[in-house]
Write a protein that binds this ligand. Structure first.
Ligand code: PLZ
Length: 446
């Protein structure tokens, strides 16, 4: 059955999770490692458009997109068909053994779509973490330097190097050390929590970052500055204006690779194809995954040819990187994003969400901040109008009410007090409005 048959309406016929999901959850406990969590353990039957259907017959509104993956929707028929056609011809050869055209086509597409008109190259991988690891490898190899600069609230993955790059201890790092060395963390331009207020945050934070890099690490030792142009897991922190361009300029002046981790922000999510474009920043290397292939596992590093090609032959790769079915899905997804105008659609979704959520914030003092770009929007909960202490308790209550009502909603933030919204870009306005109404209700009932 194709996703076009998934009725675009919320329908709740059992408690959430329903009895069948609860039974599976019990079964799972004896089979699946308990370290793997699930935000909302309703077990899925089908999904498409803005709806996730569970095995109990409930239809939930999707404000998560499987963490910013199904930007083009779930099981888009074009994606399913193209990936299926590929699967029926061959599933795998390993690009490092016998190459195939799909890989080259995806690389060409990424070289075309990512910011900057310079000559580029791409390597394909499986996950966001793997892309970030490879970007660091490439930057180190090309510069002959070792240090990597990252930021407070950063999230870059769960492998050993990317745990070191990620800021938050629990749950990502706790007990999993020792971590990789030569990682230096500096303050993020976090407008809502910047000591002197949001106004000068970008400028002041950039000055502080550059000072710390220069004095504590030494610019000449730095291979890469790695940053999410909008922080994802950290709480959808949109850096203060001017921060990213200042960092990119500093990198350019000092022979440092500026790496934009666009794993969560990429592929139309923020109302631009890539979030760097909002401030005209051209990264030297860019990591992508998630939204690239409509749900199939694929990731990439794309960057300046002279950096990418500095790595010795055979230095990059992996068995599955650029799997043929994932490449086919990526080509169909990219086509869907471009032909369906999903960049513009993400912008419109953002306007609609921000308008309603800002009005909601007027009525509720515990909403400290409403922020985001495009279909990547969050609200940060605090104790009250004059007390910005994080309010994780209220966040938990709001999210749990929304889940009960059949709205798939995610959380984020270093302090566990951010509600984040990442609807598929193909969601209809009706479902979007209904989802927002549920969130409003949740606050009104607190
Ligand atoms: N870089 C910016 O957002 C993945 C993580 C979910 P992988 N974010 C979702 C979780 O709790 O594991 C992410 C990201 C940014 C890198 C990654 C890592 O991408 O595909 O999960 O490895």
């Amino acid at each position: 059955m194709s996703s076009t048959e998934v009725a675009q309406a919320r329908r709740i016929v059992t408690e959430i999770p329903g009895p069948k999901s609860q039974a599976l959850q019990e079964r799972r406990k004896k089979a699946v490692a308990q370290g793997v969590g699930s935000v909302l353990p309703v077990y899925v039957q089908r999904a498409g458009g803005g709806i996730v259907e569970d095995i109990d017959g409930n239809s939930l509104i999707d404000f998560g997109s499987g963490i910013a993956v199904t930007n083009v929707g779930n099981a888009d028929p074009r994606v399913a068909e193209r990936a299926g056609e590929q699967l029926s011809r061959f599933t795998h050869t390993c690009f490092m053994v016998n190459p195939y055209e799909g890989y080259v086509e995806v690389a060409e597409a990424l070289n075309r779509l990512t910011p900057g008109g310079h000559e580029k190259r791409t390597v394909l991988l499986n996950s966001g973490a793997e892309a970030v690891e490879n970007a660091v490898k490439i930057a180190r190899s090309a510069t002959g330097r070792q240090a990597v600069v990252v930021f407070d609230h950063a999230y870059h993955g769960r492998t050993n190097l990317t745990m070191a790059l990620t800021a938050k201890n629990m749950p990502y790092k706790h007990g999993f050390g020792p971590f990789a060395g030569e990682v230096h963390r500096i303050p993020m331009a976090y407008p809502y929590r910047w000591p002197t207020g949001p106004q000068d945050c970008g400028r002041e934070a950039a000055a502080q970052a550059i000072d710390q890099i220069t004095k504590q690490v030494g610019a000449e030792n730095v291979a890469a500055v790695l940053i999410e142009p909008i922080q994802g897991e950290g709480g959808f922190i949109v850096p203060g204006e001017g921060f990213l361009p200042a960092l990119a300029d500093f990198c350019g002046d000092n022979g440092i690779a500026f790496i934009a981790d666009e794993v969560q922000t990429g592929f139309a999510r923020t109302g631009r194809m890539f979030a760097c474009e909002h401030e005209g920043v051209v990264p030297d290397l860019i990591t992508t995954a998630k939204g690239i292939a409509g749900g199939l596992p694929l990731a990439a590093v794309t960057g300046r040819a002279e950096l990418m090609d500095a790595v010795h032959g055979g230095g990059l790769g992996g068995t599955y990187g650029g799997n043929p079915a994932a490449c086919a899905a990526a080509l169909a997804s990219i086509e869907a994003i471009e032909s369906d105008g999903l960049v513009e659609r993400a912008g419109a979704i953002g306007e609609r969400m921000l308008t309603r959520l800002r009005a909601l914030a007027e009525r509720h003092d515990i909403i400290g901040d409403v922020r985001g770009r495009g279909a990547m929007v969050a609200i940060e909960l605090v104790q009250g109008a004059d007390d910005t202490t994080p309010n994780g308790e209220a966040m938990g209550r709001v999210v749990s009410y929304c889940h009960q009502q059949g709205l798939v909603l995610l959380t984020a933030g270093t302090y566990g007090n951010v509600i984040r919204m990442l609807p598929p870009l193909v969601i209809g306005d009706d479902l979007l409005d209904e989802g927002l109404s549920i969130i409003e209700e949740a606050f009104d009932r607190l």
